[in-house]
Design a protein around this ligand. Structure first.
Ligand SMILES: [Zn+2]
Length: 94
């Protein structure tokens, strides 16, 4: 049996809360590589890279990278086709 070397995607909540004003781990994302769609909390997060690397649980391709510098952050979502974000109902329907 191999030791699990990644963390649950729920750990992205704190680091991404600095960048977004919402809980991204509650969002649904689609993998650009295999098309799997699922909760961002289900990603496999590797924290022993420079920054955080979150991989698709279906195909293991990178969906998200986040690097935190002293005064800025770099977010790479090129492996994610979309993020579907839950929102409260729009009070002013368009
Ligand atoms: Zn995938």
């Amino acid at each position: 049996m191999t030791e699990q070397s990644y963390l649950d995607g729920n750990m992205l909540d704190g680091p991404l809360r600095e960048v977004f004003a919402m809980d991204v781990s509650a969002a649904t994302g689609r993998c650009a590589s295999c098309g799997a769609t699922g909760p961002m909390a289900g990603l496999r997060v590797y924290s022993h890279a420079p920054g955080l690397v979150a991989r698709c649980p279906a195909c293991a391709e990178v969906m998200l990278r986040l690097v935190r510098g002293p005064d800025r952050a770099w977010l790479d979502l090129r492996g994610t086709t979309f993020l579907q974000v839950p929102l409260p109902p729009d009070p002013l329907p368009r």
